[in-house]
Write a protein of this length. Structure first.
Length: 208
């Protein structure tokens, strides 16, 4: 059961959207109407340029469980930034899945990878075993790794994948290291990826 695998203290709110605005426009005045987002991490995608002129931005914050927020308030607050494709997602933190370097705290300019996946319903146990027994332990050996945490989807505006992993890196050059290549190219991972029916991968950097 989902309820048996979650921590109960808080849930993770992620607001995803696309906008022409720069992160410098995400000032306190714009977010003043929603204290929830004023306390959030603000993430900008790592792409250097965008043909469409739109960039992906995300807000991430922990809120009390059960959550008491209204999606309409978030949409109205973000109207000045002309967001499109807004998606508000709520996640529960999976128990015993947090791993971090000592005194971990997300810093400005950290690279944050949001990996979301839905495995075949008959392969969920194998998927979760791979994550806990192989994948995250291998990521911990990669230079510039700072933390990994896993969540399960509670609600979403759209058809979001069921499981979320947040990985924090101090430098995106981690993705070119031999250790990283070894972590993402194992026989077990190959077998697991063949069972994935829905997947998203987003890479951001923290701007606040």
């Amino acid at each position: 059961m989902i309820s048996e695998s979650l921590d109960d203290e808080s849930v993770l709110l992620i607001v995803l959207g696309r906008t022409e605005a720069h992160t410098s426009d995400l000032c306190e005045e714009v977010l003043d109407g929603l204290s929830l987002l004023k306390e959030s991490l603000i993430l900008n995608d790592t792409a250097e340029s965008h043909v469409s002129g739109l960039r992906n931005i995300a807000f991430i914050c922990n809120i009390p469980s059960p959550p008491s927020f209204k999606r309409e308030c978030i949409i109205k607050t973000l109207e000045p930034l002309r967001f499109t494709e807004l998606d508000c997602r709520l996640y529960g933190r999976m128990s015993n899945t947090d791993h971090a370097t000592p005194s971990f705290l997300i810093r400005t300019s950290d690279t944050i990878v949001m990996n979301s996946m839905t495995p075949d319903v008959n392969m969920e146990d194998s998927f979760n075993e791979w994550y806990s027994e192989e994948h995250i332990p291998l990521l911990q050996c990669v230079p510039f790794w700072r933390s990994s945490a896993r969540y399960i989807l509670l609600s979403s505006d759209h058809d979001a994948p069921r499981y979320l992993a947040l990985h924090v890196w101090s430098d995106k050059s981690a993705f070119t290291t031999l250790e990283y290549e070894e972590a993402v190219n194992t026989p077990w991972r190959t077998r697991v990826m063949e069972t994935i029916v829905h997947r998203e991968r987003r890479v951001f950097w923290c701007v606040n």
